[in-house]
Design a protein. Structure first.
Length: 168
């Protein structure tokens, strides 16, 4: 936690010097940096909370990682052994039934799980800050994408470094 605070304070001290140069540049960098920083922190916090809840509920062994479920819905990259028996020995009807059984259909449990993770307050508020900050800059004539976009990257880097130091 001390590393996170010192890292953010270091960036903020640099931004004070930017403020002395130009208010428009300062406000673009400040809003973009804080938006990206809070998005990364909120996502990491929500993911950490989800993992802790699964550990407390003893859902560790039987559940795949949600990212694995998204990237490999049909378990194509599973490490299950392949049946190398000759074609004459295989019962094709049985194999087709097994493979159809593996295909997952839409169910309300998976929808509820996805909505619960996506609607976490720690994830929604940073995105709301990002959108409202962008709209505020645009409407007031301060938006400068040349300053805004690199500051987003800076916020992502600082957020990632701070979450790695807090999680390890």
């Amino acid at each position: 936690m001390k590393k996170t605070i010192s890292l953010v304070l270091f960036v903020e001290v640099i931004l004070v010097f930017v403020y002395l140069y130009s208010f428009s540049l300062f406000i673009n960098i400040q809003i973009a940096f804080l938006s990206a920083f809070f998005v990364i922190l909120g996502s990491a916090y929500s993911y950490k909370k989800m993992v802790e809840q699964n550990i407390q509920a003893n859902n560790i062994m039987h559940q795949r990682d949600p990212l694995d479920e998204i990237e490999d819905r049909f378990e194509l990259y599973d490490e299950t052994p392949i049946n190398d028996a000759p074609a004459e020995e295989l019962d094709l009807k049985e194999i087709v039934k097994e493979e159809r059984g593996k295909i997952k259909t839409f169910d309300t449990k998976s929808m509820k799980y996805g909505i619960k993770g996506g609607m976490a307050l720690a994830r929604l508020l940073p995105y709301l800050f990002l959108v409202m900050g962008f709209i505020g800059l645009k409407n007031n004539g301060y938006l400068d994408l040349v300053a805004y976009l690199p500051a987003l990257f800076l916020g992502i880097v600082v957020g990632t470094l701070s979450t790695k130091s807090n999680l390890s």
